[in-house]
Design a protein around this ligand. Structure first.
Ligand SMILES: [Zn+2]
Length: 181
C-alpha cells in the first residue's frame, strides 16, 4: 500500500487536475468496495466567471457535490468537492467550472466517455446499466448529454426503438437540432 501522499499525487495525475486543485483525501472502503476522493480548491485569488469568462474573486464555496468517476480496480469511485463560487460584477454569484466534469453532470468527463461507449456497444440498455452500475435515469442522462455534445448521434430512446422501427429513429435523427441547416 503506497503512503498517503503518493496515493494522493497519483490521483492528482490520473484525474488531470491543474494546480488549483489538490487531492485532499483518498478513502478506500473494502466493505462498500468504493473509493471516495475528496478534492479541494487551493487557488487563492482569482477564478474565471462561467458566465462572462472574466476574472473574479472567490465569493464562497458551494456545498459538497459528488461525481461518479471511472472505477478503480472495480471499486466504484466517486469524487467529492466543494466548488468555489465567484463574485462577478456583471453576472453576480456563480459556481465556477471544474476541470473534471461538465456543469450539471453527476459524472466526470472520463466516466461519461466510457459510459457512452458501453451504452453504444452493449446488447441492451439493461446490460449497459448493469455493467456501469447506473440506473435507467443515469443512462438516459448520459445519452442525452452525449447527443447534445455530438458524441452520439442518437438518443437512448432511438436505440431502444431502432430494432422495432428503423424509420422512427431515422426521423428522430433528421429532426434533431444538430441536423438543421
Ligand atoms: Zn461574469
Amino acid at each position: 500500500m503506497p503512503n498517503d501522499q503518493s496515493l494522493r499525487a497519483h490521483y492528482h495525475l490520473l484525474l488531470g487536475l491543474n494546480k488549483d486543485w489538490e487531492v485532499e483525501e483518498v478513502k478506500l472502503s473494502m466493505e462498500a468496495r468504493a473509493v471516495h476522493i475528496r478534492l479541494r480548491h487551493t487557488g487563492r485569488s482569482a477564478v474565471i466567471c462561467p458566465g462572462c469568462q472574466s476574472r473574479c474573486s472567490i465569493f464562497d464555496h458551494a456545498p459538497e457535490r459528488k461525481w461518479r468517476h471511472l472505477d478503480t480496480m472495480q471499486f466504484e469511485t466517486e469524487l467529492r468537492a466543494r466548488v468555489p463560487r465567484c463574485q462577478c460584477e456583471r453576472c453576480g454569484v456563480k459556481t465556477i467550472g471544474v476541470p473534471w466534469a461538465d456543469k450539471h453532470s453527476p459524472f466526470t468527463w472520463m466516466f461519461e466517455a466510457f459510459g457512452v461507449a458501453v451504452l453504444q456497444s452493449a446488447a441492451s440498455t439493461i446490460e449497459a446499466c448493469a455493467l456501469l452500475r447506473i440506473g435507467w435515469e443515469g443512462a438516459q442522462r448520459l445519452m442525452d448529454r452525449a447527443v447534445q455534445r455530438g458524441l452520439a448521434r442518437r438518443s437512448l430512446e432511438d436505440f431502444e426503438h431502432a430494432g422495432m422501427d428503423e424509420k422512427a429513429s431515422a426521423a428522430a435523427m433528421t429532426t434533431s437540432p444538430r441536423s438543421t441547416t
